[in-house]
Write a new protein. Structure first.
Length: 173
């Protein structure tokens, strides 16, 4: 099995991170992987907002928790870094583009021993005033919708791979 397949088959969502910063060059490589994802018509009209400042990460989590009536413990699993992947809200394939970029980010991170998990809660509430104000503060383009976020960090142990569903493939002869 080659290294790419190893990464794909072993990557797991990680939801418990060590309090250890991710060095900038490592984070830059992870973001680069996102930028090299496929995008519809090669538009690449996504934006990657990269946060490492813990106060800013947790302030965004708090704003989402308040908006969605979630408990105070909502914290994106306290990652070392958070990448918001956004695309223009009028882009027909914006969400698909964000998803491709996020999967590249997850795989690149895993290959660099960095754990990750998709954080989804922002997608449907970007234009609520309190959330948009927060996104403005962070420099997310005003006409963008955040398709998903990647919480990233070093981790101690990876969980066992979840069994993959059967019956999801049809081989047509
Ligand atoms: C569109 C999408 C949204 C997701 N949202 C969340 C989320 O908000 N929080 C979370 O902990 N995991 C989230 N996940 C991660 C899935 O729960 C996870 O990928 C799935 O359980 C399979 O586990 P694995 O990633 O370890 O293979 C999301 C995954 C996808 C693709």
């Amino acid at each position: 099995m080659n290294a790419t397949m190893e990464t794909i088959l072993h990557r797991r969502s990680i939801r418990s991170f060590l309090e250890k910063p991710i060095p900038k060059p490592v984070l830059e490589e992870i973001v680069l992987a996102g930028q090299y994802a496929p995008s519809a018509m090669n538009r690449q009209n996504w934006h990657f907002t990269v946060l490492q400042n813990q106060e800013k990460i947790q302030s965004l989590a708090k704003a989402i928790a308040i908006e969605l009536g979630m408990g105070e413990e909502y914290c994106f699993y306290r990652p070392a870094a958070l990448i918001l992947v956004s695309a223009p809200k009028d882009s027909h394939n914006g969400l698909a583009d964000c998803a491709c970029a996020l999967e590249n980010i997850f795989l690149a991170a895993w290959s660099l021993d960095v754990g990750s998990v998709w954080i989804n809660q922002l997608k449907d509430i970007c234009d609520r005033p309190a959330i948009r104000a927060k996104l403005d503060e962070l420099g997310v383009p005003a006409d963008h919708l955040v398709g998903g976020m990647a919480a990233l960090g070093y981790f101690e142990t990876a969980p066992e791979a979840k069994p993959r569903a059967e019956g999801t493939v049809t081989w047509v002869e």
